[in-house]
Design a protein around this ligand. Sequence first.
Ligand SMILES: [Zn+2]
Ligand SMILES: [Zn+2]
Length: 637
Amino acid sequence: MIEVRLPDGSVKKYDVGVSLAQIAQDAGRRDALVAKVNGELRDLTARLDQDAAVEFLAFDDPEGREVYWHSSAHLLAQAVKDLFPEAKLAIGPPIDEGFYYDINIGRPFTPEDVERIEAHMRELAKRDQPIERVEIPREEAIRTYGTMGEKYKLELLDEIPDARVSFYRQDGFMDMCRGPHLPRTGLINAIKLLSTSGAYWRGDEHRDMLSRIYGVTFPSQEQLDEFLQQLEEAKRRDHRRLGKELKIFAFAQELGQGLPLWLPRGATVRRILENYITDLELQRGYHHVYAPDLASVELYKISGHWDYFRESMYPPMQVDNEELVLKPMNCPHHIMIYKQEQRSYRHLPVRIAELGRMYRYERSGTLAGLQRVRSMTLNDAHIFCRPDQVKAEFAAVVGLIQDVYRDFHISDYRLDLSLHDPKDRQYYHQDEELWKAAEGLLREALDELGLAYHAVIGGANFYGPKLDVQVHTATGKVETLSTIQLDFLLPRRFELEYIGEDGKAHRPVMIHRAIISTMERMMAFLIENYAGDFPAWLAPEQARILPIADRHLEYAHKVRDRLAGEGLRVEIDDSNERISYKVRRGQLERVPYMLVAGDKEAQSGQVAVRSRSAGDLGAVPIEQFLERIRHEITSKA
Ligand SMILES: [Zn+2]
Ligand SMILES: [Zn+2]
């Protein structure tokens, strides 16, 4: 007999060789897709021959979903091989949302092909075939794939040193795979193939061009429908499309990948964001600085970035007798600013802030609109304080984050407090007392603020604990928007000091923090969250005057001058188009207010107001409109 311990603490006795599927059934876990045995993922078809802690994962578990989607990729490959026996299979992993398979049929798949494949996947799933794991000698695998001409699989096999190789078999179809997998294809109920694209074998442009088919599957049709609806919504809000349509930013091939250009309208919004956050920081005792984009590699050798962060940095350039790199982080520069003066305990905390431009190497495949770029500007700051000030400084930054989120109407977020893992002595430096004290302070501060948080053991940086604010975006994603990170290490590496009350030198603690992320990410986030409809305080063009005919142009200019004189961002549509066309264009360009000016308005000193959100508001005196929009701007409605 063996003992099986379940997550609820219960222990059950079984005969040696009992299958995990049997244990799941006994535990009433009909939703189980895969098991975790002593922390390791295993097929439900696997059998136990010794005592073990067993946990079952369903579709709701990220790991369970991964197995579900990975098994769906196998089903896709099986369907393709049935319909295109000459197809050569490459790889088929699960991804964040679904799965793909790279396949070569000597030409791209047509939409009709994809439809047939999807229908055939449904048929195969309905047959509810068992999925079995088989292990065969490596030589045999090479022979089999050799006969089939599966050249990509052979190449993959080449890299597997093991004497035996595992395969997964469903019906007659076998695919080399480490697993684990679902026990049956019948668990895959709702299937949708989403798109196809070209993909080089191994991402290498000198090698074969393969066809990648993307798909997604769910246990129920309702889940699939909901997913597809969300996908539509995400497309509608996609900042890459909207950013182009609304002339916010652009990329140019001649300029290089991942290097965005901020167009005038985008630059306007960015300037408002930058002024907004800078003003808030100045009010809260931050000092704003500027540092150059280039720095000696020596600086990053001291900071440790050269050792730990080098693959994200651009290679150094030799200039005279210096080696320079593009700045990937602002921290060392702010440290240099701290070191410009002898600091006493009375001077602390010192809060140094910068809209700091940084350059980071991101692989071209990961670049995505403004979301992931190679040149970015971070709303960065570093606070240097005494150990007894850490809690108050941390709480003040949390307060700043709350104020900012109120202005942006961000209410759907979660606080992740990342702590060290006392068992991981390799990664975390060993001053257990220091860790405990620092983490205790952060917990206390959050408790005193009455904020609920989610503790992530082992999520801390090696240099200290941190708080990440995870925001739920309008497109259903979770993003880290703000972060506060304690750092005990850099002050030591740079030998930072302040003179204490006792007249002796002490080491300050450093806090890295970013409130509105990089300007690039914040812009992507805002475009998607507002679906392009920037509120009046952020809108690049707050109002547009639409003269009905040329004879109203003079009045239109008078109105413009009055509004612009009040600091509003106003344009005139002086084109020859009909008024209905001008209104339509203003709507497409998401202008919050359109002010129609015709004979009646010119005579009475009024404008006919059309609001983006409230529709037609009728004719009002200019001063009345001014009051309305001023209120909207100051309240950030
Ligand atoms: Zn697999
Ligand atoms: Zn930093």
